[in-house]
Ligand binder design. Structure first.
Ligand code: PEP
Ligand code: MG
Length: 582
């Protein structure tokens, strides 16, 4: 809060609802906007000193993390940081940077980066695998040094801080996962879309977020007081006392509404005309089980197992995975737990993996190329299936070949468990996520081969519309109510019904009352959503009539654009709310 600074408003994409305010802390993990400017000869010594202090600060940082990792994960995991320290102490590199500084007379960030880039290019083309792998060490350390030169913080420091709003160019799911929830007030990012994985996580953590702000990292300085309106996708830098109190009032009103939703949580989830809808929970790991019980969800419709892999930055052993899965399964009693096999790639990169394309080696493709990882996970899931009602689900199935290959591996794993006399549910149900346009086109071929289907609308929209779900510049084209999405959904529900296979929806669409209304109208009876969204969605379902939704959806299938479809559903939602007040 400030009296002498000017209030400034930035508009982005509303990502996670909620209002909060507090001091900002700047982070950078993605692309750094490095300044480049000339230095006069008399300032060269000063630039050298700046680098020296950045190196000292970076060394201190790495030693702190090393200590923490060694005490929590063990000395073996901490060894990587010795390699990082060696990069930092490379005299030849520092000498080259100083040489560049005196030759080019440019600022030290620029010179440091020039030399580091040369090193990276040299190492990355080497035959020797060990030396090639040094590239990620050099990248990691040099980013820390540059962050220190630029006065940015790194994530590792946050845990010691009081509650802050994180401002970053981007946030990866693995970093979001490693943050201490107690120190977070909100997230702001320059890039990203409403279904980026870190956004999905902030929604489930109930942390307000606005993404796609383009230049938040250049407009906001460390310790600036910032207000986030996650409902409207608006942020205010240096809000006045009046602005703050008006938002605090709004937050109180929203809180009161949310409390009314909470009161219905243990009521039946049924439309006014008696059509019941199952609401299940999306979870990331065993850390979510407490919220699961509080949400009164009817089972877990999507267990994103990547969390288990990304949190600790290594591929977990069968035992580690089993412990995690079985604790969830036991907690769920006999409710179903849909465990999705590893969906890494895209924005969820494991250490050492470089392919961040959503069209690349992601999800089931990665698993079919990394059979040891896949088999270990299948063993852990199957073993957990002996303790409850587990269902197994493959992500990103593009066609029958992949499904068949995955099932062959599954059969092999089942066979070896049987030989080892290890218990598992022999009739475990196996399902496929429908999130690729190719899978939609051949839904009549896929549906008979699985026990259930689950629609991943986040990816389905991304791939159908060719809109990268992370890219804020095309986010206006990410339209859940586009006629192409509607028609695809319609054919998936019909394809499932024709074979008597259940079709649930586990993408973010299920967590928005407006979209949930459309999904139910098109045939959904089961929605799996972020637990924080369950109370509101349930409240709206209890005000709707199934027959009206079916009618509305059938009318909308004939409409030519998302705007018209959205308008119809908005009018419907407004009408049911006003009816409920009369
Ligand atoms: C989806 O794509 O809709 C989905 C549920 O999976 P994820 O968001 O993890 O890709
Ligand atoms: Mg997906």
């Amino acid at each position: 809060m400030s009296h002498d600074k000017i209030e400034q408003v930035l508009i982005g994409i509303p990502a996670s609802p909620g209002i909060c305010h507090g001091p900002a802390v700047l982070f950078s993990e993605g692309h750094l906007n490095l300044p480049c400017y000339s230095i006069s000869p008399e300032n060269i010594k000063n630039e050298e000193r700046r680098l020296d202090s950045a190196l000292v600060a970076t060394r201190k940082e790495i030693l702190e993390i090393r200590k923490k990792v060694s005490s929590t994960l063990g000395e073996g995991e901490a060894l990587i940081f010795d390699a990082h320290l060696m990069v930092l102490e490379d005299n030849a590199l520092i000498k080259e940077v100083f040489q560049c500084l005196s030759d080019e007379e440019k600022n030290i960030e620029y010179c440091f980066n020039q030399v580091v880039e040369r090193y990276i290019n040299f190492f990355k083309d080497l035959e020797d695998e060990y030396l090639r792998e040094r590239v990620s060490d050099i990248k990691d350390v040099s980013k820390r040094v540059l962050n220190n030169l630029l006065g940015h913080n790194t994530y590792d420091h946050l845990e010691n801080d009081s509650k802050r709003i994180i401002v970053s160019d981007d946030i990866s799911p693995s970093h979001a996962m490693s943050l201490n929830r107690d120190s977070l007030l909100g997230f702001l990012t320059d890039s990203g879309g409403a279904t980026s994985h870190f956004v999905i996580m902030s929604r489930s953590m109930k942390i307000p977020a606005v993404v796609g702000l383009h230049d938040a990292t250049s407009k906001i300085k460390n310790n600036d007081y910032v207000l986030i309106d996650g409902y409207e996708g608006k942020i205010i830098i240096n809000p006045t006392t009046e602005t703050l109190s008006s938002y605090d009032e709004q937050a109180l009103k929203k809180r009161a509404i949310e409390l009314t939703y909470q009161k219905e949580l243990f009521e039946k989830c049924e439309t006014l005309d008696g059509h019941s809808i199952e609401l299940m929970a999306n979870i990331e790991g065993s850390g979510d089980i407490q919220s699961y019980k509080e949400s009164n969800a009817k089972g877990i419709g999507l267990f994103r197992t990547e969390g288990v892999f990304l949190r600790n930055n290594h591929i977990p052993s069968e035992e580690e995975q089993f412990e995690e899965y079985v604790s969830v399964v036991k907690y769920a009693d006999d409710e179903p737990v849909v465990i999705r096999t590893l969906d890494v790639g895209g924005d969820k990169l494991m250490q050492g993996e470089q392919d961040d394309s959503f069209l690349g080696l992601r999800a089931i493709r990665y698993c079919l190329e990394n059979l040891t990882v896949f088999k270990t996970q299948l063993r852990a899931i199957l073993r957990a299936s002996a303790f409850g009602n587990v269902r197994l689900m493959y992500p990103m199935i593009s066609g029958l070949e992949e499904l068949e290959k995955a099932n062959i591996i599954l059969d092999e794993v089942k066979e070896s468990l049987k030989n080892e006399k290890i218990a598992f549910d022999e009739s475990i149900e196996v399902g496929a996520m429908i999130e690729l346009p190719s899978a939609v086109s051949i839904i009549d071929l896929i549906a008979p081969k699985v026990d259930f289907l689950s629609v991943g609308t986040n990816d389905l929209i991304q791939y159908l519309m060719a809109v990268d779900r992370m890219n804020d510049r095309v986010s206006h084209l990410y339209q859940p109510m586009h006629p192409a999405v509607l028609r695809s959904l319609k054919s998936i529900f019909e394809g499932g019904a024709n074979c008597n296979k259940s079709v649930s929806v586990c993408g973010e669409m299920a967590g928005e009352p407006l979209y949930a209304a459309l999904l139910i109208g098109l045939g959904a009876r089961n929605l799996s959503l972020s637990m924080s969204r369950i109370p509101e969605v349930k409240h709206y379902i209890r005000l709707m009539k199934h027959s009206e939704l079916v009618h509305l959806a059938s009318e909308c299938v004939l409409l030519e654009n998302a705007e018209k479809i959205e308008k119809k559903f908005k009018e419907y939602l407004d009408s049911i709310v006003s009816n409920s007040m009369n």
